[in-house]
Design a protein around this ligand. Structure first.
Ligand SMILES: [Zn+2]
Length: 275
C-alpha cells in the first residue's frame, strides 16, 4: 500500500447533536479527534479533508467550526467548506474561503439533503469562484444517510448538465453515486473534470457483509475497467460512517494493478486537491 495515503472524506464535530453519532455507535467508534488522529497514524493516512457532518434537524456543522477543528489537528486535517443553497450562505462560504487562502481545499454541496439541484442558479457564484481559484466542488451523490433524502437530486446523472456547462470546474462525486456506480463511472469517463470518491460505502458488520464487500470491490473495479484507468477514483473513509480498516480493505480487494491502488490512495487526491 502507498506510504502517503490521503483520506478525501472525513467528518468530525465532537458535538452531541451530530447526526453521525448513530453510525459511529454501529461501528464501535468514539468519534473524536484523538481517535481519528490515532487511527490515521496507525493506518498511515497522512492527511484528511474534513467535511461538516450533518447535525440533528436539517443543518450541518458551521464551517467556522470545521476550520477550528482542522487547526487543532497539527496540519493533518484540511477544511472543505459546505455550501448551502441560499444567496446568503453562498456569500458566507466564499467569504470564508477568501479569508483562509491556502487552507480551504474544496467546497461541498449536500445534494439529496438540501432543496436544490447541482445546476440550480443559486450556486452559480460558487462555481465561478471555485473555477477561478481551481478549488474542486464535492457533491454528495446517491444514497442518503437518512430516509428523508431526495434521491432525484442526489442521482449522479444530475451532474452531467453541470459538467457540460462548466468544463473548468473540478467536480467530485462522493460515494461513487452509490448504488449507481455505472452512472458515476460514465460521468468520470465522459468528463475530464469529473472524479469520484469511494467513501462511506460500508457501515457495520451486517448480514452478507462479506458478499457485499466483494460485490462493492467488483463494482469499483469494473468502473475502472470501463474508464480504462484509475485516474479518477479517490480514496475516502467518510469516518465515522466507514471504519478506516473497512475502507482500506476495499482498496486492497480491487482487482487492479498496485500502481492504480496507489493512485486511488494518494496521487489522485494530491493532484485534484493540490495537497
Ligand atoms: Zn460524508
Amino acid at each position: 500500500m502507498a506510504a502517503k495515503i490521503i483520506d478525501a472524506h472525513v467528518h468530525l464535530s465532537e458535538r452531541r447533536d451530530d447526526a453521525l453519532i448513530r453510525f459511529a455507535r454501529i461501528n464501535g467508534l468514539s468519534y473524536n479527534m484523538n481517535e481519528l488522529l490515532g487511527t490515521m497514524r496507525r493506518c498511515k493516512v497522512k492527511n484528511g479533508l474534513l467535511l461538516s457532518p450533518p447535525l440533528q434537524g436539517t443543518t450541518a456543522l458551521p464551517n467556522e467550526q470545521v476550520i477550528r477543528l482542522c487547526r487543532r489537528s497539527d496540519g493533518i486535517l484540511a477544511p472543505v467548506v459546505t455550501v448551502e443553497p441560499s444567496m446568503k450562505e453562498v456569500k458566507a462560504a466564499l467569504k470564508l474561503a477568501e479569508e483562509n487562502p491556502g487552507e480551504v481545499k474544496a467546497f461541498k454541496v449536500r445534494l439529496g439533503y438540501v432543496k436544490a439541484s447541482a445546476d440550480s442558479p443559486v450556486f452559480d457564484e460558487l462555481y465561478d469562484y471555485a473555477e477561478s481559484k481551481r478549488l474542486p466542488v464535492l457533491f454528495h451523490t446517491g444514497d442518503t444517510a437518512f430516509s428523508t433524502g431526495d434521491l432525484a437530486r442526489s442521482h449522479p446523472l444530475t451532474l452531467d448538465r453541470l459538467a457540460n456547462r462548466r468544463e473548468e470546474l473540478t467536480i467530485v462525486l462522493c460515494h461513487f453515486g452509490n448504488p449507481w456506480f455505472e452512472d458515476a463511472a460514465e460521468l468520470t469517463y465522459k468528463h475530464p473534470n469529473v472524479y469520484a470518491d469511494i467513501s462511506g460505502l460500508i457501515t457495520g458488520d451486517v448480514a452478507y457483509a462479506e458478499k457485499y464487500a466483494a460485490w462493492l470491490a467488483r463494482k469499483i473495479s469494473e468502473a475502472i475497467y470501463f474508464a480504462g484507468n484509475a485516474e479518477k477514483v479517490i480514496f475516502g473513509t467518510d469516518y465515522p460512517i466507514t471504519k478506516h480498516s473497512d475502507a482500506l480493505a476495499l482498496v486492497r480487494r480491487l482487482e487492479v494493478d498496485e500502481r492504480d491502488k496507489e493512485k486511488i490512495l494518494s496521487h489522485n487526491a494530491e493532484r485534484v486537491f493540490r495537497l
